[in-house]
Design a protein around this ligand. Sequence first.
Ligand SMILES: Cc1cc2nc3c(=O)[nH]c(=O)nc-3n(C[C@H](O)[C@H](O)[C@H](O)COP(=O)(O)OP(=O)(O)OC[C@H]3O[C@@H](n4cnc5c(N)ncnc54)[C@H](O)[C@@H]3O)c2cc1C
Length: 466
Amino acid sequence: MGETQAGRIRVVVVGAGFAGLEAVKELEDAPVEVTLVDRRNHHLFQPLLYQVATAGLNPSDIAQPIRHVVGGQRNCRVLMADVADVDLDARRVQTDLGPIDYDYLMVATGATHDYFGNQEWARHAPGLKTVEDALDIRRRLLTAFERAETTPRPEERHQHMTFVVVGAGPTGVELAGAIKEIATQSLRGDFRVIDTSAAKVLLLEAGPRVLPAFPEKLSASAERQLTNLGVEVRTSCMVVDVRADGVSVKATGTEDAPTDIGSSTVVWAAGVAASPLGAALSGSRDKAGRVPVTVGLTLAGHTEVFVIGDLAAISDAKGVQVPGVAPAAQQAGRHAARSILADLEGRDRAAFVYRDKGSMATIGRSAAVVHFGPFDFSGYPAWVAWWLVHIWSLIGFRSRAAVMAGWAWQYLTRRRVARLITAPTPLPQPDQPDQSDPDQSDPDHHPRLDRPETADENHRDRSPSS
Ligand SMILES: Cc1cc2nc3c(=O)[nH]c(=O)nc-3n(C[C@H](O)[C@H](O)[C@H](O)COP(=O)(O)OP(=O)(O)OC[C@H]3O[C@@H](n4cnc5c(N)ncnc54)[C@H](O)[C@@H]3O)c2cc1C
């Protein structure tokens, strides 16, 4: 498909995430023809996606057009297309625009959400993976406060003012902290009926501690910092149902009857599954759907096919299980590209060795945890380290400058720059009549916009002069 230069080795890279993009850059001076295929037109810096979901940054601060990123690379062409299948024998990739033949293939299509067999939960509890997900979550969060302000019914107000985050890995911790900060700082004083600082933010984790991949000391520190911020952390708490009006939970590993938590905003940060394209590459995949690869990062029996990034189950040359994080994906991308260069130059390929760059998670203003080799630290120094690393890692000067300016403003004013509800449609409420349609809604339940029905814990008592 498309024009190719005769005689050149054809390298097809599927996915312009951390792994794919790094591989392409490494091939910049190689005598090959690279085709970079992605279903989207932008590369996304996922580690800061929660900032878009919580109105701290705009999408364009953390996403860059792929054509712009590789625009100066003469041996690379970009195709916006969805890859549906790979024919390993014919060495051909099937896209929605047509087939592409390759001499070398790199598959780096990342991961998606996993609802552990309960895909119907996705409708009520969006996960965070794409710009669209982040904007959907931002809309739900901000709409919940708007609904809480106008409903006359206390129990409904309570439901709108309760936010549930499922899963206490780094994304869940970051989201829960940021939601609490929106409620207590960014929105303070903006509403007339509700006291936004009374919003309840619940972080539910099925395992025994938050940030399970971090050392125990840092998990304990993160839980303390979350609690200080006002987040209610519930560990060993398993979600067994998700509905439009909340979740049901029970203690992990027990037969206890589930209890209900009313909430109109549930965010899913609990499970990750490898991209479905893995099924086209290998019949044997691990529990998370990841494709096993050799220490050279290739498919068994196919030295011309590299699987890299979150899609691959990698045990490196030292037996280290490589985690699904951005630096690991970048290292794998570089390694795959260097293997191709080694072939072209008649050298032996090296085995992949992962270099652990540490891990970090932010919790809120001046609150974070960092694990870096023998060094574990938390609080303000960790927050500064987190901030510097994330600014440094962003692609492009414009992004760095925009994010720095946005965060500085946010830090000084405690305000968030992107508090926009951009979707025109109401939130899905399948269990209730559509409130936006006057013919279908219950006539006795029209909200009174002039006064709340009764006070509740979310209702701020305001004097007439206020
Ligand atoms: C919310 C969130 C926060 C995170 N925070 C951190 C963090 O703080 N630190 C950290 O190190 N890691 C973090 N990660 C993990 C990190 O982002 C991933 O490990 C990394 O993105 C993996 O890179 P990848 O190249 O394998 O996949 P991705 O970066 O996900 O890229 C995959 C690309 O493939 C494209 N694609 C997918 N399917 C197809 C298809 N069929 N056809 C065409 N194109 C396709 C996608 O559009 C995408 O551009 C976070 C992840 C998320 C979701």
